[in-house]
Design a protein around this ligand. Structure first.
Ligand code: 13P
Ligand code: SF4
Length: 350
């Protein structure tokens, strides 16, 4: 039996528009930018620090990560990399749950973030108190949460998963006849239910970026470019996922861009991914999936406003001052570690 229920989603706090965030960032001349990048690279060395960046962050941060032995990746690989790298300081460029995951796994390391304001709408949609009450209603279910959640929510979970392993974990739990309570992304939850046939109760959160992709716009683009393949992140609405040639995590989409024979690719995920995707597939034309058209309401239009808060200026500042350190209450951390470590152990078996 497949089940899906609606739960009240907490009102999201004011969501900044990506344009407003961009306007707040300092502007540098070409030579100032290069000077800053070189200075930041020296700071990483001096601080015994390493940069762990998500694909959606500023290309300059991705470049610094590449050139200083850091990593640019999806959320699973960010967690794995931070967990195995010997540096005493991890600087996590992304959103808060990524910094918290690093701290949950590495309590002995200093974890810094360029900004502590970078939220995630999925995390915000799932406040711990309401989530605990939700779990209490279904005590017979295995609680599986997306990594895009707070440490408190992870502390209540049996499993943490990212988009790159969610299908495999849910299939594994199905093989064990387990019924699942999933939170917080309703689109990813529905996709998992559809692919695996699992019995799932689904929290009704959403990513404000992926929710805005429009199937009608993609259909029109496909008419213009019938040879193009459609790559979709599973946080997108069902009708967009249905149009996909490939559905997967950010890393899976980059690999698909490289490996597919198509020379044009319509990409339904944050446009920050284009930096690495174009490096992986330099001869291909990447087309941003539309967020405009009928019913369009996006303030973030294919670029996460919180990811956009990470820049050269605050990366430099955090390395110079050691501010913006991530702390997780030790009791919460120990509980959250159980489900988070289970995720890493699961992929280690590969
Ligand atoms: P990935 O783990 O696929 O990189 O997704 C993280 C995320 O926040 C996507 O919006
Ligand atoms: Fe969260 Fe969406 Fe931003 Fe990813 S893109 S961090 S899911 S709000």
């Amino acid at each position: 039996m497949n089940l899906s229920v609606s739960t009240p989603v907490s009102p999201l706090r004011d969501i900044p528009s990506t344009d407003a965030v961009a306007l707040r960032q300092p502007r540098y001349t070409a030579s100032e930018r290069l000077t800053k990048i070189e200075h930041i690279k020296r700071l990483f060395k001096a601080q015994d620090a390493v940069l762990v960046a998500h694909y959606y962050t500023d290309p300059d941060l991705q470049l610094i990560a590449d050139e200083t032995g850091g990593c640019v990746s999806d959320s699973l690989e960010m967690a794995r990399f931070g967990n195995t790298h010997p540096a005493s300081t991890l600087v996590v460029a992304g959103v808060r749950f990524m910094g918290e995951t690093a701290k949950i796994l590495n309590p002995e390391k200093r974890v810094l973030m360029p900004t502590l304001e970078a939220e995630c709408s999925l995390d915000l949609s799932c406040p711990p108190q309401a989530f605990n009450a939700f779990c209490d209603t279904y005590p017979d279910r295995t609680v599986v949460v997306y990594a895009n959640t707070s440490a408190e929510v992870k502390a209540r979970a049996d499993w943490v998963v990212t988009s790159s392993i969610a299908v495999r974990v849910i299939s594994h739990l199905m093989d064990e006849d387990q019924k699942i309570l999933w939170a917080p992304d309703r689109y990813l939850g529905r996709y998992l239910q559809q692919v695996t046939g699992a019995d799932m109760i689904i929290w009704q959160g959403a990513c404000i970026v992926h929710e805005e992709f429009k199937s009608e716009g993609i259909r029109r683009l496909k008419q213009e470019h019938p040879e193009a393949a459609v790559l979709v992140h599973p946080e997108s609405p069902a009708e967009v996922i249905e149009m996909a040639d490939v559905v997967g995590s950010t890393t899976a989409l980059i690999k698909a861009a490289r490996d597919l024979p198509n020379t044009r690719l319509i990409v339904a995920t944050d446009r920050g991914i284009f930096y690495k995707m174009q490096q992986a597939a330099p001869e291909k034309t990447l087309i941003e999936a539309p967020t405009y058209g009928e019913g369009a309401t996006c303030k973030s239009c294919a670029h996460c406003p919180w990811m956009a808060m990470n820049g050269l200026h605050n990366l430099e500042q955090v390395l110079e001052t050691g501010t913006n350190e991530i702390h997780v209450d030790e009791q919460v951390r120990i509980k959250a570690l159980r489900a988070t470590q289970r995720m890493l152990d699961f992929v280690r078996k590969d």
